[in-house]
Ligand binder design. Structure first.
Ligand SMILES: Nc1ncnc2c1ncn2[C@@H]1O[C@H](COP(=O)(O)OP(=O)(O)OP(=O)(O)O)[C@@H](O)[C@H]1O
Length: 243
């Protein structure tokens, strides 16, 4: 199967902190891959190194056969990124922000369709600053999809969304997946990971402690439910007791 994202022996440290160490990830085209771990485990650092917005200390990254450091311009056309926070003018409206993003790309998606799909059409004339937290979160997913990307990175996918909005986002992502989009996401919600991800990697203090499917994670633990298995992997005490 064609590999869309390939990461080998990725290491990155900040002053005094080894944020990630020897991370290996391979994501096939059309796959939904979940990067999991507690706060500070190294998920965002991994994504930033994959995107080339942070330079790794060692290790290699390839997306769609490109080196993100050397081929940044070409990658920009094919990769979408959901930002947690974005800098935009104070009074800019949803329409205007989408149009600005659209203007940056050669073959963008129709953003109005995305607004409809994500239930934000009624807010299209509102200033972004007046959206609720969940509405902003959905807008950031839309901005990531405007480039019509082959690969999309969604960091903390549905943080801040209510139950209905989360389910709506899941449905939209399943549709994108069925059209062949490759998705790398991080999430702290294990029901979401179970519903969406073909494969996962669990990071703990920058080290990869599991790589495989949700079913394999459950089978390797002494647990029946995925959330319990995830906690078994990430909580030291439980693992030591079981080993
Ligand atoms: N710019 C930075 N300077 C110094 N240390 C940093 C920097 N960015 C991240 N770190 C540290 O690196 C480690 C990994 O952080 P990272 O943001 O990658 O974790 P994360 O898994 O994305 O966490 P969260 O779930 O809270 O978003 C943490 O210990 C964090 O404090």
């Amino acid at each position: 199967m064609e590999t869309t994202i390939k990461v080998e022996k990725l290491c990155k440290s900040y002053t005094g902190i080894q944020a990630i160490e020897d991370v290996d990830i391979a994501v096939a085209r059309g796959e939904v891959f979940g990067l999991l771990g507690a706060n500070g485990a190294g998920k965002t650092t991994t994504i930033e190194c994959i995107l080339g917005t942070k330079k790794q200390d060692s290790g290699t990254v390839s997306i769609l056969g490109m080196n993100p450091q050397a081929d940044r311009k070409k990658l920009f056309e094919k990769v979408g990124v959901q930002f947690q926070e974005a800098n935009y003018q104070d009074k800019i409206t949803v329409d205007e922000l989408c149009q600005v993003i659209q203007s940056l790309y050669k073959a963008p998606s129709n953003y109005e369709n995305l607004l409809k799909q994500f239930g934000l059409m009624e807010k299209h004339k509102s200033p972004v600053s007046e959206l609720s937290g969940g509405q902003k979160q959905r807008l950031f997913i839309i901005l990531a999809l405007i480039p019509n990307p082959e690969v999309v990175f969604l960091d903390e996918l549905t943080t801040g969304l209510d139950a209905k909005a989360r389910r709506d986002v899941w449905k939209c992502l399943s549709e994108l997946k069925s059209k062949g989009m490759t998705i790398l996401l991080t999430s702290h919600f294990m029901d979401e990971v179970e519903a969406l991800c073909d494969r996962i990697c669990i990071l703990k203090k920058g080290q990869m402690i599991f790589n495989g499917t949700v079913q394999e994670a459950i089978a390797s633990s002494s647990c029946e439910k995925f959330e319990d298995a995830y906690l078994w992997f990430t909580e030291e005490e439980n693992r030591n007791e079981s080993i």
